[in-house]
Structure formats: structure tokens, C-alpha cells
Design a protein around this ligand. Sequence first.
Ligand SMILES: NC(=O)c1ccc[n+]([C@@H]2O[C@H](COP(=O)([O-])OP(=O)(O)OC[C@H]3O[C@@H](n4cnc5c(N)ncnc54)[C@H](OP(=O)(O)O)[C@@H]3O)[C@@H](O)[C@H]2O)c1
Length: 308
Amino acid sequence: MAPQLLWIGLGNMGKGMVKNLVEKGNLDKPLILYNRTRKRSEELAAKLPEGKTEIVDSLEEGIKKADIIFTIVSNDAAVQSVFEDLLKGDVAGKLFVDCSTIHPDTTDQVAKSVTDKGAQFVASPVFGAPPAAEAGQLVFVPAGPKSSIERLRPFMKGVMGRAEIPFEDKPYSHSSKLKLVGNSFILNTVTILGEGFTVAEKTGIGADALQQFVDTLFGGIYSIYADRMVKGTYWKMEEPLFSANNARKDAGHAMNMAKGVGVDLKTVAVADEYLKSVAEYAGGDKGDVAGIYGSARKNAGLKYENDA
Ligand SMILES: NC(=O)c1ccc[n+]([C@@H]2O[C@H](COP(=O)([O-])OP(=O)(O)OC[C@H]3O[C@@H](n4cnc5c(N)ncnc54)[C@H](OP(=O)(O)O)[C@@H]3O)[C@@H](O)[C@H]2O)c1
């Protein structure tokens, strides 16, 4: 019999992950959905085949029935608050999998609170933007006891993800540490693209030529973010794909973690400065990380919005 799953957090990432679990997770009972704002659960359930999901109105109601509990919520405070509620009752034997991007210290605190109650924990942040979540192409970074990761394995590669970088029997926080270093690469990529496309416009070589260069020499994530800039998606989107606030949270955690081991992440500080201006102009929860391009444009005397 397949385990009963409970999913908590149906933001940009969670909704795509749930879609793939429902479609490919070999579940034999409805996947239980909980989101702080119920409307998001209803909207997602309406898009998925009937009978494949069940909405609960409280964490208390969901946790009672669940064997494996997934969480992916905004930030450390949200994770802490959700776990405080989840761990109120008897949770012995259950497996908790947190996919949120949080500080390594928070990961260890949450892991301890779970294992102190006789339950299992896997910290598994994910790499990949919301379109990758929707396509089941995320890269999972699970850390924790090998036996707990084995329990999670049927739902990662081939279901919600395309690969995993596991830390089996390693500290839980290793996964958060890799996630933060990894996201510093992404923030730097977005920053170099934002500045590059601004220079391309100001020098008159134009965005098209630079985009061809990016696609031909780099591809991958470079091309994805270049497209989001050139097409003006960064300012046209109703909802951000990766909010300025969440990106600033990652930048802050990455700098704090690195500082703790004597490393100064200078380039991340630059990205964070741009993101601060994105948040001021477009809103912390509304502005997208690719709005770094808009900030670089403004610094150069252009409009935040390009002419796409
Ligand atoms: N977007 C990306 O590109 C990306 C990629 C990889 C990892 N991540 C990480 O994945 C996590 C989620 O990101 P996202 O883009 O899906 O964020 P999002 O679209 O902003 O969604 C945030 C989710 O967290 C919930 N939430 C926030 N505060 C809460 C609280 N105090 N209690 C309960 N639920 C709360 C929200 O519920 P409501 O609907 O009620 O607001 C929503 O379901 C973050 O840690 C992020 O850093 C994001």
C-alpha cells in the first residue's frame, strides 16, 4: 500500500510538484493538500483529476492521516511556524520532508524538533524554477539518514525531479548549505545578464546579439533568464516566478553562512543591492528576481521596463 501523503505549501513551486506527484507518484489515495490560503488549494485541486486530491483546513486535520509530509513554504519563519503546529500531536514514525530554502541552522533546529518526537526528517531543498517544478524536472538535494531518504526516493527522480544530489547519513544542514551556494550562482547569473543587457542597449549592439551570444555559448539557466529579460517577462508577469523577497532571503542566508566560515561573498552582496531596488520599485512579493535587469537599467538612466 502506498503511503498517505500530505502536501503543505502551494505557492509557485508546490503546485507544480503536486501536479507531478498526482500524475506519476503511483498514489493509491487522494493526496492531502494544505495551504494557508485555502483558495490556492481549491484552484489546484480543480485543475487535477477528480478524486486525486483532498483539501484539509488545518494542519492538525492533515497530519493525523499522513505518513509522509512535504513542506515547501516561503522562509524560515514560515517553516518554523508550520512545524510548531505539525508537531503538537503524536507523529512517531512519520516522515517529514522539507523542500523550502532556509538557513542551515534552521534546518538543523527543525530536524531536531522532528526527531525528538520519534519521527524522521529529510531536508531536501530543490534546484529549478517553477517551470521546472511544473515539468517534473527539479534537482533534489536530500540530506538525512539513508533509510529516510529511501522512503522519499519513489517521489523524486522520474516523478517531481530529474536528478538528486544526496547527502546520505550526512548532517541535515548539508543540503541547505549546497542550496545556498547554488543559489549564489543563480543570483550572479541573473546579475551579469541584467548588467550585460543594459550595456548592450546603451552601446547600441542591441539585446538580440547578446542573447545569441548567451544562447550559443552558455545556454541552460543563462538562456532561461535572458529570455525572461529580453521578452520583458520580468515586468509583465502578474506573479513573480522567484520573488525579490525570497531571492533576498537566499542572498542573506548565503552571505551569513559564508561569513560564518570566513568567506565574504562580494558578488552576492551586489545582487542583493539590485534586489533591494527591485523590491522598492516592484514590491518584494511582486517583483521577480529577473527584475535585476530593470534595476540595472534604472541605474543607467533607462526605464525599469524594457520595450519588449
Ligand atoms: N520560486 C523559485 O524559483 C524557487 C526555486 C527553488 C526553491 N524555492 C524555495 O521554495 C520555497 C517556496 O517558494 P515559492 O516560489 O513557491 O514561494 P511562493 O510562491 O511565495 O509561495 C509561498 C508559500 O508559502 C506559504 N506560506 C508563507 N508563509 C506561511 C506561513 N507563515 N504559514 C504557512 N504557509 C506560509 C504560502 O501560503 P499562502 O498561499 O497562504 O501565502 C505559499 O503556499 C521558498 O523557500 C523558496 O526559496 C523557490
